[in-house]
Ligand binder design. Sequence first.
Ligand SMILES: CC(C)=CCC/C(C)=C/CC/C(C)=C/CC/C(C)=C/CC/C(C)=C/CC/C(C)=C/CC/C(C)=C/COP(=O)(O)OP(=O)(O)O
Ligand SMILES: O=P(O)(O)OC[C@@H](O)CO
Ligand SMILES: [Mg+2]
Length: 237
Amino acid sequence: MKQSLQSWRHVFKLDPDRLIGDEALEAVCMSGSDAIMVGGSSGLTYDNTVELLSRIRQFEIPCVLEVSDLEAVTPGFDLYMIPMVLNTTRSDWLIGHQARAVEQYGYMIPWDMLVPEGYIVLNPDSTVARITEADSRLDASAVAAYAQVADKLLRMPIVYVEYSGMFGDMELVSDVRRSLYDARLFYGGGITDAESARRAAAVCDTIVVGNVVYSDLQAALDTVRALKGEQQEQQLR
Ligand SMILES: CC(C)=CCC/C(C)=C/CC/C(C)=C/CC/C(C)=C/CC/C(C)=C/CC/C(C)=C/CC/C(C)=C/COP(=O)(O)OP(=O)(O)O
Ligand SMILES: O=P(O)(O)OC[C@@H](O)CO
Ligand SMILES: [Mg+2]
């Protein structure tokens, strides 16, 4: 499964703390998206995570957990994505919570199933920026420097530019991508329709689509179609 994430272009992020009906969930899981990431910055519990996982498991789409709270760690996911916030001002969110989790789980950790994500949090008004006390007012060269530290020094497989709740600066994202060698660039934040999906997909490797699933399902599904259209065009060339 770890290899397969190298080909993901589109991911839906579903929040166990938010309601989604059966029909909507089926549409999301059958949309042609490459994976479902289960996660959120607050309100995750064992019960709501297990419930969402078991509903998603009716479908064949890969399903990974983005671990933001130890309470939500449940067996049965394909992978466990571990956020490490690079631009936090509190080392707890970079490495402290992770170290305590390792201490707690000890020998039970299936290391092959863990994937670190070097998060760069850039929307100062987002819940995640507030929780992690991220230094979000960075220019493109500072963001690219964080990204390179993750890629070249820490050897992280994923750099995640996170604008959760707003559409970010695509020029900056493009600069970040050019600065990377091996890491895959995930972009998330404010993708709300086909056009914003295309714009973000043009400058990163994987787009992550979250909130719009809950506010406008058809627009969320359009974000997949926008990318699949692009892939078909590439195959025809
Ligand atoms: C047997 C078995 C299955 C064992 C499991 C082993 C395992 C996985 C052990 C855990 C190992 C480990 C190292 C865990 C890390 C624990 C932890 C708590 C780390 C901290 C992670 C972190 C930095 C969290 C901060 C918040 C964050 C970056 C969240 C990511 C998700 C995110 C940004 C969501 C956006 O939130 P949303 O609610 O959508 O926000 P909006 O309001 O803006 O929409
Ligand atoms: O909810 P949105 O703004 O789509 O952001 C997606 C994801 O990056 C959140 O962690
Ligand atoms: Mg959200």
